[in-house]
Design a protein around this ligand. Structure first.
Ligand SMILES: Cc1cc2nc3c(=O)[nH]c(=O)nc-3n(C[C@H](O)[C@H](O)[C@H](O)COP(=O)(O)O)c2cc1C
Length: 188
C-alpha cells in the first residue's frame, strides 16, 4: 500500500537568517517540494507579536510539522518558544476539547555549533535526544506523533558538507511529505 501524502509545514526559526550558512542552505533545498509549506517565523513576526489565529489555521491545514532551527543555549530560539507559549493554547491543543493537533506528526531539524554526533560525549554532556525531550514531551502532550530529529553540525568542515546536508534534508522533508517517514534520531 502506498503511503498517504502528508501536508508538511516547515516552521523556520532563525534569528539572523541573513547570516546563516546551514539553515539557509537547508531551506533552499526544501523550498520547492510538492506539499511542503515553509513559514519563516522571524520574518513573519519581527516584533514577536504572533498572530495566533493565523498560526492555528496554518497548523490545522497541515498533517506534519517540522521545526527547523539553530540550537541556541541548548534550546530552540526564543521566538519559537514564544510560538509554543502563544499558539498551543488550552482547549485547542490540549486540555478539555483541546485536540486540534492530535495525530499530526512533529519532527525537529536542528543545526548545532558542536558536533551533533559527539554531543553527549563532549562539552554538553547530554545527547540531542535528551535536550529535545521538552519538545517531544510537548508534542506528546498535544497528542502528536513524535517523529524524532535530525541534526546537522556547523563545524569547520561545514562548507564541504553543505551539499550533502542539503540533499539529506531535502530527501527527509520529501519523505515526510509523501507520508513515508519513520521515527528516528540522526546526527550529521
Ligand atoms: C546565541 C547563540 C547560542 C548558541 N548556543 C549553542 C548551543 O548551545 N549549542 C550548539 O551546539 N551551538 C550553539 N550555537 C551555535 C549555533 O547553533 C550555530 O551557529 C548554528 O546552528 C549555525 O547555523 P546557521 O549557519 O544556519 O546560522 C549558538 C549560537 C548562538 C548565536
Amino acid at each position: 500500500m502506498s503511503p498517504t501524502p502528508s501536508r508538511t509545514l516547515v516552521l523556520l526559526a532563525h534569528p539572523r537568517l541573513s547570516a546563516s550558512r546551514i539553515n539557509a542552505a537547508l531551506l533552499d533545498a526544501a523550498r520547492d517540494i510538492s506539499g511542503v509549506t515553509i513559514h519563516d517565523l522571524y520574518h513573519a513576526y519581527p516584533d514577536g507579536d504572533i498572530d495566533v489565529a493565523a498560526e492555528q489555521q496554518r497548523l490545522l491545514a497541515h498533517d506534519t510539522v517540522v521545526l527547523q532551527f539553530p540550537i541556541q543555549w541548548y534550546a530552540m530560539p526564543a521566538l519559537l518558544k514564544h510560538w509554543f507559549d502563544e499558539v498551543l493554547q488550552s482547549g485547542w491543543a490540549y486540555g478539555r476539547d483541546g485536540n486540534a493537533l492530535a495525530g499530526k506528526g512533529l519532527f525537529v531539524a536542528a543545526t548545532s555549533g558542536g558536533d551533533p554526533a559527539g554531543y553527549g560525549r563532549h562539552a554538553a554532556q547530554f545527547t540531542l535526544t535528551e535536550l529535545f525531550r521538552p519538545i517531544e514531551a510537548s508534542a506528546r502532550y498535544c497528542g502528536m506523533r513524535w517523529l524524532g530529529h535530525v541534526a546537522y553540525g556547523a563545524n569547520e568542515r561545514i562548507n564541504a558538507r553543505l551539499p550533502e546536508f542539503a540533499i539529506d534534508y531535502r530527501s527527509r522533508i520529501a519523505a515526510l511529505a509523501r507520508g513515508d517517514a519513520h521515527p528516528e534520531h540522526d546526527s550529521r
